[in-house]
Design a protein around this ligand. Structure first.
Ligand code: NAP
Ligand code: GDD
Length: 365
């Protein structure tokens, strides 16, 4: 049987790396796009090449950028993909306030450029398209639980750029009969999550505190609530959406939400640390209450390990996100393998190892 060909924009990111693994397991020929950078930016996919049973013959990496239509057109023309996954983006909400035009160019027009290339190459009958849409579209939420029918109200240049991409994907489906769908994905994390997103900042920061690399972690809005899942579970759904008979948009979420404070408490619990939060606003602090077996020589009861710094607050915040994945559960048989505690455990264990390695290097070299 002829192997399916897929191309992934955003290969070097969290989701791109897990999706490449999944598609290679499914015997696809995978093309991925990476940006030129002054430092090597392939740490999330290097293991695919390093695997002794290398899937290298099915795995091709190309330079590219979503700002460059000619490059996009050529990649699609050369590979004639069965499936295109657009996971590339300036994906940091806070950064989008500082780089609004760049964010719009890549996240909004970048999507249009891919869709235009598929259309102009007359591939609408062959190529299926997945767009990485987001729960940030709901922003100032209009319903307690957000589903495919909840109105959008984005709250950042990132959210607004993704609103364009959502609608241009729907428009190309309706106008040109392209198999194009939006996955409206709620926050999903993993040990491969970028280090400046809140969950990873917490798991890394707490790991650095307990090995003695730092004393305290500075955070923004601790009361924001998110519906967090595991990236591995979510990339499976990206693939599944393109295997359906009819293109449709789906919410992917767990249906449970926790505050940033809750996430910190869970991570501390995993480490055997009891933490209490005292005070409010910028004066709120997280204090160590008790440490199981007194196992961390650098920490003692009464230590303040969390403080709030206003520089991490956003000009307009998304206070709460909670997804309703009923449609995906029914039609795609969605059921995540990981819960929040599994996620915390995997992220904490991975970052603890990294912090211990850093400490060893600092102490010995
Ligand atoms: P990520 O780790 O930040 O990865 C983003 C990818 O896009 C990286 O490979 C990055 O390349 C690439 N990229 C950035 N600018 C580009 C450009 N100008 N041209 C080409 N590629 C570019 O994000 P993620 O967490 O995997 O998320 C994947 C997608 O899902 C994103 O579109 C994000 O907005 C969306 N999304 C994410 C979540 C979530 O919770 N993770 C939820 C909903 C939607 P470098 O590696 O070189 O930086
Ligand atoms: N990054 C960060 N750093 N966020 C903090 C901090 C901090 O020190 N302190 C509190 N927060 C709060 C933010 O204000 C926000 O309310 C929440 O933690 C989550 O922030 P992020 O982890 O940066 O993610 P996000 O929800 O803004 O965006 C992510 O999820 C979206 C889906 O809802 C990104 O992955 C987006 O690309 C994605 O679309």
């Amino acid at each position: 049987m002829k192997k399916k060909v897929a191309i992934i924009w955003g290969l070097t990111g969290q989701d791109g790396s897990y999706l490449a693994e999944l598609l290679l397991q499914k015997k696809y020929i995978v093309h991925g796009v990476k940006r030129r950078s002054s430092l090597i930016n392939t740490s999330r996919i290097d293991h695919i090449y390093q695997n002794p049973q290398s899937k290298i013959r099915n795995f091709f990496i190309h330079y590219g950028d979503l700002s460059d239509y000619g490059n996009i057109f050529k990649l699609i023309s050369d590979t004639k993909p069965d499936e295109v996954y657009n996971l590339a983006a300036q994906s940091h909400v806070d950064v989008s306030f500082q780089k609004p035009e760049y964010t719009a160019d890549i996240n909004a027009l970048g999507t249009l450029r891919i869709l235009e290339a598929i259309k102009n190459l007359n591939l609408a009958n062959k190529t299926k398209f997945y767009q990485a849409s987001t729960s940030e579209l709901y922003g100032l939420v209009k319903e307690k639980k957000q589903s495919e029918n909840t109105p959008f109200y984005p709250r950042s240049p990132y959210g607004v750029s993704k609103l364009f991409s959502y609608w241009i994907t729907v428009n190309y489906r309706e106008a040109y009969n392209l198999f194009a769908c939006n996955g409206i994905l709620f926050n999903h994390e993993s040990p491969r999550r970028g280090e400046t997103f809140v969950t990873r900042k917490i798991t890394r920061g707490l790991s650095d505190i307990i090995v003695g690399n730092i004393n305290c972690l500075y955070m923004g809005n601790l009361s924001a609530k998110r519906d967090w899942g595991h990236a591995k579970d979510y990339v499976r759904m990206q693939w599944l959406m393109l295997q359906q008979k009819k293109a449709k948009d789906y919410v992917i979420a767990t249906g449970r939400q926790y505050s940033i404070r809750d996430f910190i408490v869970k991570c501390c619990k995993h480490l055997g640390i009891q933490i209490t939060f005292n005070g409010s606003g910028l004066k709120e602090v997280g204090i160590v209450n008790n440490i199981k077996n007194n196992k961390y020589p650098h920490l003692k009861s009464g230590d303040i390990i969390i403080r709030v710094d206003k520089k991490y607050f956003r000009p307009s915040e998304v206070e709460t996100l909670l997804g309703d994945p009923s449609l995906a559960k029914k039609k795609l048989k969605w059921s995540p393998k990981y819960n929040i505690n599994d996620l915390v455990e995997e992220m904490m264990n991975s970052d603890l190892k990294a912090a211990e390695r850093d400490k060893f290097i600092k102490d010995n070299f």
